[in-house]
Design a protein around this ligand. Structure first.
Ligand code: HEC
Length: 109
């Protein structure tokens, strides 16, 4: 019984690691096209560039919708529209989770 439980536990840990790794891979793919998000949007989610919006304090759903709109060319702002081309339906959420988490960690230091 115990060994069944530990097999299950190890399986969950491996699954969690694989999922985290996937998120990083999505984020890296998007960044390859556009450059690292914090370079424009700010290290702490707070942009220091006048034409670039801060991402930090905005509702995640709003940001997510913006990325879909970039992808569908409903919102055309370079470089975001170009970078969002060809993203799958899951990638924008993965990218945002990854970067908002990074920003949250950065600003809590
Ligand atoms: C080269 C600079 C640059 C980089 C790098 C960049 N962005 Fe942007 N981003 C912009 C600009 C410029 C806008 C919007 C400008 C406008 O609407 O006038 C924008 C808008 C956005 C928006 C919409 C925000 C809003 O308030 O409407 C989201 C979401 C976003 N970017 C996410 C990201 C993510 C995630 C990354 C990294 C993978 C990233 N951006 C990398 C320049 C950049």
């Amino acid at each position: 019984m115990l060994s069944l439980f530990s097999t299950y536990f190890v399986g969950m840990v491996v699954l969690a690691l694989v999922l985290v790794d996937d998120t990083r891979a999505f984020a890296a793919g998007f960044e390859e096209r556009i450059g690292p998000c914090p370079a424009c949007h700010g290290e702490t989610g707070q942009s220091e560039t006048p034409e670039v919006p801060s991402l930090g304090a905005q509702p995640v759903n709003f940001l997510l919708i913006q990325i879909y709109m970039f992808r569908e060319k409903l919102r055309q702002v370079e470089p975001m529209t170009a970078a969002a081309q060809g993203l799958s339906d899951e990638e924008p959420a993965a990218i945002l989770c990854f970067h908002l988490q990074a920003a949250a960690t950065e600003s809590s230091r």
